[in-house]
Design a protein around this ligand. Structure first.
Ligand code: M6R
Length: 608
């Protein structure tokens, strides 16, 4: 998604802006631009394509001198990717420059009004409306103009704004799109995400909805939409700068896959105390846990897939009915949330627009909302009633791996805690489950060691046209994730099917050589899934099976078998996902795709 960086201080702004934008590249973008005030006027450079194009155009920022500026990476929503649609955008006299993340929903109406007053537009973007509207309201007081714009526009926005006749101040505003302010000794920064400022500071302020930051070289003040000053506390970011860098790995995705044992252990260990599961952040008494009548899980993409896994586990272990929905469906389907429903929102970024909207809706309907989130201080984390953080650290690659694995752990913990409190598992079973949980990090480590074997296999399938992932029960949930991982980074058409559903349509697509990945980790379902494997084999499929160590029976019906070590049947996804991630990764490399930044995708989907 789009990225924003702004700087005001003693140094040259342009190189800092370019560097900050490079740290946001992972979010996905199609064009980039910067605007810097040179002591006389605001100069701007922007270009379609990678940041490299902008760096070359500006000679690494040297052609835009000045120590206050704003920068942007754009992911097109309104108007095609092009130089002219790139941000920043100017008002007509080029005295106001604006960068924007989000969508101004009523921009057409405002544009019409402004055109009737003689304003001329040069781009197709919604953002340009903000630049002209600021001009319309600006009578020498930037704060007043900004608040008037905030009252007028509808939708979501994070804005960075420069006024050439107020050249010692940088302005930033947000509503439903993330924005932070970083305070450093060598000047102050704004950014849409923490990695952009980490090189300069760890002290950040999270801008809340409808707040305005007024930033000078030495100082910063915060206001609400009524121009009343607000007191805000800064937060110290604990992660290392290196955590957001590649650290010798060829790609972020590979690095993040290798960080999974740690992400899992860090999410698990603090919640295991003296052989018991302790989730203090849950903020729920035993009575409240016993009173849960239903759990509604809402999320998008891979986070949704962890929700699908969680349904099997929460129902199986804690015997609580669970419904899972994708956030973009949930929010518009007029759902029924009866008393006693606990809503769980899962999100790595904590900023996904649909998931955030679902959270707000659930709260308005009176449900308690628990968020499972990776980014500390993100919108979803702040707005939920309680937060269970996944401690996966910053995830940069668009394709999630370590956050997915950490989310699974969060669900296991919840299911075990609920099962313990509700008395649906015995003490003995619980201790066995906990012992199995503790082994997961080292088992993941072991599976990552199989990397070369999977790479060899993937090399044979680089030219595949269609791939099918099949499984039953929890294996169906992992099929969904395996399929998404493959298609998002390799652009190979792939589908996930509940194995028993094949014969209701999909099997007609199987022909000689079609690759079918069969997930066969649920012992009580072995026979059933194997009969589905036989069905596709008879129609010419090439079958790769992922199964438990010891289930050698499957080899009779598979062309290639990958074994995962023994764990409890509820935890197999944590292990089965590893070969699937590696498989997608190597296919993507073999096809020459941009593994970390796949086309058309963004890391954090902050617009609908
Ligand atoms: O930040 P979130 O977890 O809310 O993001 C949800 C999805 O956009 C995300 O999982 C997406 O599907 C990933 N690209 C999958 O790898």
């Amino acid at each position: 998604m789009c990225g924003i960086v702004g700087y005001i201080g003693e140094s040259q702004a342009a190189p800092i802006l370019l560097d900050g934008l490079s740290k946001l590249e992972y979010r996905g973008y199609d064009s980039a631009g910067i605007a810097v005030y040179d002591g006389d006027k605001i100069n701007m450079s922007k270009a379609k394509g990678r940041l490299k194009v902008l760096s070359e155009l500006t000679h690494d920022g040297a052609t835009l001198p000045g120590s206050i500026g704003i920068g942007h990476t754009r992911w097109a929503t309104h108007g095609a990717p092009s130089d002219v649609n790139s941000h920043p955008h100017f008002n007509e006299s080029q005295s106001i420059a604006v960068v924007h993340n989000g969508i101004i929903e009523n921009y057409l109406k405002i544009k019409k009004m402004l055109e009737s007053k003689g304003y001329k537009f040069v781009s197709d973007t919604d953002t340009e409306v903000v630049a002209h509207l600021l001009d319309y309201y600006y009578k020498g007081n930037p704060l007043e103009a900004i608040t008037k714009v905030m009252h007028r526009v509808e939708g979501s926005y994070a804005l960075g704004i420069l006024f050439s006749d107020n050249p010692d101040t940088l302005y930033a505003v947000r509503k439903d799109s993330p924005l932070i302010v970083g305070k450093s000794e060598n000047g102050n920064l704004i950014a849409s995400d923490v990695p952009a400022v980490l090189k300069y500071t760890r002290n950040v302020y999270f801008i809340e909805n409808e707040e305005i930051a007024v930033i000078t070289k030495e100082d910063m003040k915060f206001y609400n939409v009524y121009e009343e000053e607000l007191q805000k506390e800064s937060v110290k970011i604990e992660w290392d700068v290196e955590a957001a860098e590649k650290g010798g790995y060829e790609h972020f995705m590979l690095k993040e896959m290798y960080e999974q044992p740690k992400a899992v252990a860090d999410t698990l260990n603090p919640r295991l105390k003296d052989g018991k599961i302790v989730i203090e952040e849950l903020n729920m008494t035993e009575e409240e846990i016993k009173a849960i009548k239903k759990i509604m899980i809402v999320a998008c993409g891979s986070a949704y897939h962890t929700g699908v896994t969680a349904k099997y586990i929460l129902e199986g272990l804690a015997r609580i009915p669970v419904e899972v929905d994708v956030a973009s469906e949930f929010r518009y389907r007029n759902p029924i949330l009866e008393e006693g429903t606990l809503v769980i929102i899962i999100s790595q970024s904590g900023e996904t627009a649909d998931s955030l909207a679902a959270l707000r809706m659930a709260k308005e309907m009176g449900s308690k909302v628990l968020a499972i989130v990776n980014v500390v201080g993100s919108s979803i984390a702040r707005e939920a009633d309680s937060v269970l953080y996944t401690w996966a650290g910053p995830e940069i690659a668009v394709a999630t791996t370590k956050a997915y694995s950490a989310q699974l752990i969060a669900h296991y913990l919840l299911a075990l805690k609920f099962a313990e409190v509700r008395g649906t598992v015995s003490e003995e079973e619980l201790s066995e489950l906990i012992e199995d949980l503790k082994r997961i990090p080292e088992q993941i480590e072991m599976l990552l060691g199989n990397r070369e074997k999977i790479q060899k296999f993937a090399n044979r399938y680089v030219a595949a046209r269609d791939v099918f992932f099949i499984g039953r029960g929890i294996d169906y949930a992992i099929s969904l994730e395996g399929s998404l991982k493959l298609k998002e980074i390799s652009y190979i058409h792939s589908e996930a099917y509940a194995a028993g559903e094949l014969k209701h349509g999909t099997i007609s697509l199987i022909e000689d050589g079609t690759l079918v990945v069969a997930l066969v980790t649920q012992e009580e379902l072995y026979k059933k899934t194997i009969s589905n494997v036989v069905e596709v084999k008879t129609r010419g499929a090439f079958v790769l099976s992922v199964t438990n160590t010891g289930n050698t029976e499957i080899e009779k019906n598979s062309d290639y078998t990958i074994y995962i070590p023994h764990t409890n049947k509820y935890f197999t996804n944590s292990l089965a996902v590893i070969p699937l991630q590696l498989f997608s990764y190597y296919i993507s490399i073999g096809r020459g795709c941009d593994v970390d930044k796949p086309r058309n995708l963004a890391k954090s989907v902050t617009v609908e």
